[in-house]
Design a protein around this ligand. Structure first.
Ligand code: SAM
Length: 369
């Protein structure tokens, strides 16, 4: 049963999709393409407004959330049936949130958590600080007046391991905030705001290290000691280092020099081949590798050709690769890759713009044995 309380009125509230700033149009294009494909026979109409790292979708005949994919490529997080609250001093805003959104929580008996974040965490530091202050003031306000509800509150770190759970999301924009109460399972990402800010390891030779660490977190899979890894476009070595420090055996393929200062102390081993990563294939007599990862700056068509070879033979169990995006209209470039991966039986994959991605998206997945 859906623990969320819905009513005819809330069904007309908009759906807010969050994305990286400047990628609103890319997300919009993807939403339009996917909803048009699904809703050819229905009367649902959509109005979409984009800007400030978010896309607003209003359905007119039924909640648009009924037909959505669990995540769009360019989507960081979503707020179903969202409520808009104009800016106010924080104490008054906390009271307003309690009036408009807390009833959805108090009517349920489930534990709940609170995610407060800026719509644009990458460029709006003051709003990120305001979000943190609002969280503290709101929780204090609730502790004074709603003791029964507060007993069911779980901080986000503990909350992720305790579904079913309701999440009150407060997404701050410059003029106000979007708020929404949803089951954790319906969030695009269990992480508040979909913001996976990873810690940099000073031994890593490049910032790309952050991307592969984010992938491990999103996959819920860490590399294990002695796993075999092929890293295409490996130089200077951020991704290779992330595997080496966990004791993996890494074959790094790149014409350029590796600049690793350390392999970590888990017994990881590295072999560097100065070869073309697109045409590279491992020796025929070896079993599939545990990980194929590719961070080459090559056109999307060549990326698709490369991954087909690795998946069809098959030459790998898990894969991570990124796709460089064109300046305009990225979704049509991504659709052939998404369509291709969907057709492969037993493949679990995600195609997402990572928090640490810039003009690219990342695809990662696992082949079921
Ligand atoms: N993942 C790396 C890291 O963590 O440090 C960064 C990779 S960098 C963005 C892209 C690399 O791809 C460059 O070192 C470049 O030499 C390599 N590259 C591009 N095309 C390639 C190809 N066809 N074969 C091998 N390497 C290639």
């Amino acid at each position: 049963m859906n623990p969320m309380i819905t009513s005819p009125i809330t069904a007309t509230r908009p759906l807010i999709l969050l994305c990286r700033e400047t990628f609103e149009q890319a997300l919009l294009e993807e939403v339009r393409a996917k909803l048009n494909a699904q809703q050819r026979d229905t009367t649902t109409r959509l109005t979409v407004e984009a800007g400030q790292g978010l896309v607003k979708i209003s359905g007119t005949t039924r909640p648009v959330t009924d037909t959505l994919p669990s995540a769009f490529i360019f989507e960081r997080q979503r707020l179903n049936q969202a409520v808009w609250l104009e800016n106010l001093p924080l104490k008054r805003l906390a009271r307003e949130i309690a009036v408009r959104l807390l009833p959805d929580i108090s009517r349920s008996h489930l534990p709940w958590s609170l995610h407060t974040f800026a719509a644009n965490p990458d460029s709006d530091q003051p709003l990120t600080r305001r979000a943190a202050n609002l969280r503290d003031i709101f929780l204090e306000f609730c502790a004074q007046r709603f003791t029964v509800v507060v007993k069911r509150y779980r901080p986000p770190e503990r909350a992720a391991t305790q579904p079913p759970l309701l999440v009150l999301q407060l997404c701050l924009a410059p003029q106000g905030l979007w708020g929404s109460v949803m089951p954790l399972s319906q969030l695009t990402d269990p992480c508040p705001g979909g913001i996976h800010r990873m810690h940099f390891d000073p031994q890593a030779p490049s910032r790309s290290y952050l991307k592969i660490e984010e992938v491990f977190e999103r996959m819920g899979q860490m590399p294990k000691s002695r796993q075999r890894v092929v890293d295409l476009g490996a130089a200077p070595g951020g991704w290779s280092y992330a595997f080496l420090k966990r004791g993996c055996q890494v074959l790094a393929v790149d014409h350029g020099p590796m600049k690793l200062k350390s392999h970590g102390d888990a017994g990881g081993r590295l072999v560097h081949l100065r070869e073309n990563g697109i045409s590279f294939r491992p020796p025929a007599d070896q079993p599939p590798v545990d990980w194929l990862v590719s961070d080459m700056l090559i056109p999307p068509g060549k990326t698709l050709g490369m991954i087909r070879k690795w998946l069809e033979e098959p030459l790998t169990r898990r894969f991570v690769f990124n796709v460089k995006l064109p300046q305009q209209h990225p979704y049509p470039v991504l659709k052939p890759i998404e369509d291709y991966l969907r057709r492969i039986p037993g493949l679990r994959f995600q195609m997402r713009q990572l928090y640490h991605d810039r003009r690219e998206i990342t695809v990662f997945g696992v082949r079921e044995e």
